[in-house]
Design a protein around this ligand. Structure first.
Ligand code: ATP
Ligand code: ZN
Ligand code: MG
Length: 504
């Protein structure tokens, strides 16, 4: 790794006649301050060279290696010069401007396509060596690790070019026996024909009339009675709108910004400001969109994508008492919104859906034990109540084997298990794609990024997304929509069908 940075330091007063002092300070720094961090016995560190003086400005070049990055060296020098010149001449360094900055580093693979990133002026590759020319960065940006993150982003983008299209690593853990399948129809279509569901008022949504609503609620009841309660999970109620900084911490903001629904607020509640808009609506019976866009703010939050980020947020910077571990919570009131676009299908891939999300925090041992207990309870539900044909697989997107996340958030230290069901309407068991109807993960990352601690041990966390639409889609695709043919266990929980409505 090689860094070469040219910068201009502006002092609060003239440095004329003080060149000697500065020059001495710089040569001293080249021996000591700019070598701090270099392992003993190793040649390296940073050096300030090519010094030029002009009125109250000092121009210099800093060359360095990975032990002391040039942008760190600049900040160290700035501080030191301010201290020493302050003591001796009562002047300090007011600002640092980066004139040019070039970083050279090794990459494992050469990119297949051009790579661009913000704040860079040029990126060149030559025999596994990348030369990055950095544009103007402020002192705060330098101090805030922008350069390291730019280097990481370039490496990540090269990796992404290789992983593209590779999808996930998928390892079968367990598969149920084949079950009696009563039909091979798409339940969404058939429920539509019966009038149990209708397409929602905006895209990717459904309106569930009483019978369908009762099926979804029965799924919820089963999950609560048979999984959450026996394991000791307790309910919390989260919030529907999630601020960007929470999603930055979970990684959703960088992982799935293209799937988020964003929220705008009115810039004012003063009715006078809204009067013109109301006039237009009253006269034209349409919403004047351009005018509206001036009355609402740019988004700073989005609609819940998964409930776990707000649960982590609620524990940010807190220490959990040992007696509360493992902490077992679930959220079931906030719907999730995801922009699925071309992927939308039936009730199983929609833009607004309902999940119960259990979130658990504890030591690694506690969570590994919990994972087995949860799988046992889920197995009981899918085998004995829903009588599904289903399987479990350990999954990991290829790019995540390096870094990153599931639910786009955290590194799956202990892995993610997908629960998948056979959908007869999609074709043969062996060839068709099965439906992921829920998952279960354990992470190291979230307790770290939200700084959630215990009294003694390192904490892990995890979540499981129980998708009510997906449970319903899987069940009805296998068991049909004639309640008399449903498995007894489910029928008992469901009870009688609601009267519903008759439309003329
Ligand atoms: P997929 O790969 O199917 O898009 P995902 O990996 O995005 O799923 P997760 O973020 O892991 O899903 O969410 C967990 C659970 O939430 C899923 O197992 C499923 O039950 C439910 N879910 C996710 N997306 C949708 C959707 N668009 N419609 C209905 N349920 C969904
Ligand atoms: Zn989650
Ligand atoms: Mg998805």
């Amino acid at each position: 790794m090689k860094f070469e940075l040219i910068c201009l330091m502006t002092f609060s007063g003239s440095i004329k006649d003080k060149e000697d002092d500065i020059s001495k300070m710089l040569s001293h720094a080249n021996q000591d301050l700019l070598k701090r961090g270099v392992p003993t016995g190793v040649e390296g560190g940073a050096s300030a060279v090519d010094v030029e003086y002009n009125q109250n400005k000092l121009k210099l070049k800093i060359v360095s290696d990975r032990y002391v990055r040039a942008h760190d060296a600049v900040l160290r020098l700035k501080k030191k010069l301010s201290q020493e010149m302050g003591k001796k001449h009562h002047i300090g360094v007011r600002g640092v401007e980066i004139i040019s900055y070039e970083v050279e580093f090794q990459v494992d693979k050469m990119p297949e396509d051009t790579i661009n990133i913000p704040y860079s002026e040029d990126i060149k590759f030559d025999e596994n060596k990348c030369t990055l020319k950095i544009g103007k960065l402020t002192q705060d940006q330098l101090a805030n690790n922008y350069v390291d993150r730019m280097i990481n982003r370039i490496k990540e983008k090269i990796d992404a070019q290789f992983y593209e299209g590779k999808g996930e690593q998928w390892i079968l853990l367990w598969c149920s026996e084949e079950k009696d399948i009563v039909w091979n129809k798409d339940p969404t279509v058939e429920m539509g024909k019966k009038g149990w569901i209708i397409k929602g008022p905006t895209k990717g949504k459904w309106f569930y009339r009483p019978v369908a609503a009762k099926i979804l609620r029965t799924m919820e009841k089963i999950a609560l009675e048979e999984v959450m309660k026996p394991l000791g999970f307790e309910e919390v109620i989260g919030s529907m709108m999630v601020p960007f900084d929470t999603w930055i911490e979970t990684g959703h903001m960088e992982g799935v910004p293209n799937e988020m629904y964003y929220v705008s607020e009115p810039i004012t509640r003063d009715p006078k400001e809204w009067e013109e808009l109301v006039d237009y609506i009253k006269i034209s019976k349409e919403v004047p969109i351009e005018l509206l866009s001036k009355l609402v703010s740019e988004p700073k939050s989005g609609i819940c994508y998964a409930q776990c980020p707000v649960i982590y947020w609620s524990l940010k910077n807190r220490t959990l008492a040992d007696e509360s571990l493992p902490l077992l919570l679930y959220e079931r009131t906030v719907p999730s919104a995801r922009y699925e676009s071309g992927g939308r299908h039936g009730i199983e891939r929609v833009d607004e859906f309902h999940r119960i999300e259990p979130v658990y925090i504890g030591t690694k041992e506690q969570l590994l034990e919990l994972k087995e207990k949860m799988i046992e309870r889920y197995r009981h539900v899918f085998e004995n109540i829903l009588e599904l044909e289903w399987r479990m697989a350990e999954v990991e997107p290829f790019y995540l084997q390096q870094a990153g996340s599931r639910e786009a958030g955290g590194h799956t230290e202990e892995g993610t298990i997908d629960f998948e069901a056979y959908l007869p309407y999609r074709g043969e068991r062996e060839e068709s794609e099965w439906l992921e109807f829920q998952n279960l993960s354990i992470f190291k990352k979230y307790t770290e990024s939200f700084n959630i601690k215990s009294q003694t041990k390192a904490l892990y966390s995890g979540c499981s997304g129980i998708g009510l639409e997906r449970w319903t889609a899987a069940f009805l695709a296998q068991k049909g929509i004639d309640p008399s043919k449903w498995p007894n266990g489910f029928k008992e929980c469901y009870g009688d069908s609601p009267k519903g409505l008759k439309l003329l």
